[in-house]
Design a protein around this ligand. Sequence first.
Ligand code: GDP
Ligand code: ZN
Length: 376
Amino acid sequence: MYLSTSAAHPLTGYGWDDDWAADFSPYTDAGLLPGRVARVDRGLLCSVLVADGDGTRMLRAEIADVSSPDPMRFVCTGDWVAVDPAPGGRPAVRVLMPRRTALVRSTNSKRSEAQVLAVNMDQIAICVSLATEVDLGRIERFLALAASSGSGDALLGGTARPPAEPLVVLTKADLVTDADHIRADVEGIAPGVTVLVVSAETGEGMDVLRACTPGSTALIGQSGAGKSTLTNALAGADVMSVQQTRSGDEKGRHTTTARELIPISDGGGVLIDTPGLREVGLYGGEGLAQAFAEIEELAEGCRFHDCGHHTEPGCAVQAALADGTLSHRRWESYVKLQRENEWIASRTDARLAAERLKKWKSITKSVRAMGGPVKY
Ligand code: GDP
Ligand code: ZN
């Protein structure tokens, strides 16, 4: 039987494949080790999983070489890196490989406007608790975020690839009686997306979830959605500490986590843990069109190609709203996210413009100080 090289590689369970092998070959030829980042630590260090004989081992490596002040370019859990094992010294990450997918949200933090949550995932499982009222608008937002995972700056110049496949995982099914009803509602706002109903408590739906997460899967959702519990159930071990209370307390969990890249038991792929998210601002617009594909399709039927979908004659969107084929809730959700996206884009452009101006001014100043001509 023919065994491909990747099938025999110890990192195969962590997402290694022939494409990574090819991308890495110049670096492996140079004596660097391919590895996958399992956790980013303070002090410009990260834990990297590398092959070791038939198995794997964890290296603590410095990331100063590939460190960037740009949060989009900062090493993240799930990154593939080339590591200098530096026998006798401290291992160091030398190369950060282009990413295939990246999950990025906008933040309101003073330090940065974007946060890369996870990279190089094949699936994005949006975890939503059935135990509290399901917020369809929030799921739509997560779906748009997931649909943007195949594009944008965070890919680090890699070949453009499609986004990771989104899944909606409705958790804690044991706590409700109308799970199927809610599932139908969620399916209505998630065209083409698999929606699962699971309970880590009773095991309901867990086999299907396993089958739907063959590669690298990022688990996202609000704190308290049941991500840690699902992770433990899929890993077949208590790798995550589960919250004692049901309130959405985001504190502390990650301090107890040794790694954020967790193999699913019995060779079923790998989970990428992300922090619980209270807010999920979109970052970049491409995902919206996909998450609201039926609205984009409707809009193509408008008489005017630049229809604003308000009072224009022959507006297919208004017609669909009038006859009930498109719900007002869905339409308003789309409009709201689109506005938000435009605002983010303008803010980003404004920031880039300001940065460019600042740089240009400082160049001008230093050149003037040297008495030279201003060239740019
Ligand atoms: P995370 O913040 O998303 O990681 O959520 P946790 O996994 O910490 O779960 C939050 C709470 O929900 C904890 O009290 C869990 O015990 C509870 N929980 C998680 N999954 C289930 C489930 O399938 N059934 C029930 N009844 N409770 C669950
Ligand atoms: Zn229209």
